[in-house]
Every structure is written in structure tokens, then in C-alpha cells.
Design a protein around this ligand. Structure first.
Ligand code: 1GP
Length: 255
């Protein structure tokens, strides 16, 4: 199974480079908005475009991905909220198992049902330990998942969950406070989780300022994911990108 994009992520981590992923919700991004996001992302050297969400209600996913692929060469990664959000036109798919919760459907059930067509899609599949952290108020992901998020002040639970995910073979750990979270994940929790895993760490949910994006990278996030703040003000892409890419850390040993 191809792992080109994933190897690129690991390579960046080894060199101490941080990455910026812009999250695009296909329900909200019309063609004009996509064109604007793509142009700003190209200009600001955005590393990845994530497409998807916990609840996608339109059938614009494939149209949205094709439009992006026709207009830029930034890798497009599916971030699916359900098995219906799989499109062979993307470059890769985060194969999410919600390891922070105890809902068997999101741990393995939906994967079993969708495995044949996910495999047939030819997409690069990146198994991802998905950890929802309490963001101060219910978010779409916390409601839809029917699973309890990890409390924001329980870094030990987050650490043990991430370690378990890595030892189960997951290639990425994604800590998410949920889209539009009132409180983003604390640097302290990011630092503690980053210190006990070797695979790349994605962090998202409720990040609204370049300062917070910078601090998350300093704390150990390898990829910062931002959606809501950019939907509200797309000019933030340039500042977020500059903040994230300005962080230089000591390179890690090869995995
Ligand atoms: C949500 O982590 C992503 O799953 C991004 O969150 O939309 O709040 O930036 P925001």
C-alpha cells in the first residue's frame, strides 16, 4: 500500500519542520470560496488541505476535491466524519479510529463495513488515532460521536491513549478539540502527549490566533489544523502559515 504522503510527513518531523493544514468543509466552500482558499494557500505555502467534517450534509465532496485538484498541487487529505465521505480523487485518507471514546462503531465497526470500498479507492490510507479532547462546550464531533471526550485537564489520559494508539500501529495521532471549540487544547497537554509518542502529532480545534498556532508547534504539534477561523477570515492563512513555519526544533531520530 502506498505511503508517499505519510513518508513526507515523517520526513518533515525528522527535520523538525512544522506543517499547516487548512480544513475545508465542503458544505460551506462554494467555488468562489475554494478559489480564494486555494490561491491564499498556494501563496502562503500551506502544506495540506484537509477536506471533510463530522457532519457533511451536501453531496459536494467530490466536486470540491476535483475543483481543488484542478487548481493546485497541494496534497488533499480526506478527514471523513463517516464512511460516505470517501472520494478516490483525493491523495490520502485519514483512516480514523476514535480511540478517545468507547463507541465501538467509531473504533472499528464503521471500518469493517467500509473496508472493501476504502481499499478499492486506491487512496493512500493513513491509520490515525483520533482523540477528541473536551473543548469547553459540546461540538459537532462530541455530539455525533456519542462518546465522551477526554477532559481538558487530564493530560495523563491523553498520554496513555496516544501511547496505546501508537503501539496498536496507528501512524498518526490527531488531537482535536472539535471544530469551533470554545477552548483549544492546552500546550501542556500537547507537550505531554508529544513527549511520549514518535509518530507525527496533528492538533486542531478552536485555534484562532497565529500565537496559539505557534505555541502548539513549540509544544510538539507537527501539523496544526485550522478550519473555522479561516472560514471567518481567510486572510489569516498567511499569518498562521508564517507562525507555524517559523518554528524550528531539534530534528528527531528516524522512526
Ligand atoms: C476540527 O480540528 C479541526 O476537526 C479544526 O477545528 O474548525 O475549530 O479550526 P476548527
Amino acid at each position: 500500500m502506498k505511503q508517499v504522503l505519510y513518508q513526507g510527513m515523517v520526513g518533515k518531523k525528522q527535520k523538525g519542520q512544522k506543517s499547516f493544514a487548512v480544513l475545508i468543509d465542503p458544505d460551506k466552500a462554494d467555488t468562489a470560496m475554494l478559489d480564494e482558499l486555494v490561491e491564499l494557500s498556494l501563496r502562503s505555502h500551506v502544506d495540506y488541505l484537509l477536506v471533510g467534517g463530522s457532519l457533511v450534509i451536501s453531496n459536494r465532496l467530490t466536486e470540491c476535491i476535483l475543483h481543488i485538484k484542478n487548481t493546485c498541487d497541494i496534497p488533499v487529505i480526506l478527514f471523513p466524519g463517516s464512511p460516505s465521505q470517501v472520494s478516490p480523487h483525493a491523495d490520502a485518507l485519514l483512516y480514523l479510529s476514535m480511540i478517545s471514546g468507547r463507541n465501538p462503531e467509531l473504533l472499528i465497526g464503521q471500518h469493517v463495513v467500509s473496508a472493501p470500498f476504502v481499499k478499492q479507492s486506491g487512496l493512500e490510507i493513513i491509520s490515525t488515532g483520533y482523540m477528541v479532547i473536551d473543548g469547553g462546550a459540546p461540538t459537532t464531533v462530541s455530539y455525533i460521536s456519542n462518546a465522551t471526550p477526554i477532559p481538558a485537564d487530564k493530560s495523563e489520559i491523553a498520554m496513555c491513549t496516544a501511547m496505546a494508539g501508537e503501539m496498536l500501529g496507528m501512524k498518526l495521532i490527531y488531537m482535536d478539540a472539535g471544530s469551533g471549540a470554545r477552548k483549544p487544547i492546552s500546550e501542556q497537554m500537547i507537550e505531554r502527549v508529544a513527549s511520549c509518542i514518535e509518530v507525527p502529532l496533528l492538533v486542531g480545534g478552536g485555534i484562532h490566533s497565529p500565537e496559539k498556532a505557534y505555541l502548539n508547534c513549540k509544544a510538539g504539534a507537527d501539523v496544526v489544523v485550522i478550519g473555522n477561523a479561516i472560514e471567518k477570515d481567510s486572510s489569516l492563512i498567511a499569518e498562521m502559515s508564517a507562525a507555524i513555519h517559523s518554528v524550528a526544533v531539534v530534528p528527531t531520530e528516524p522512526l
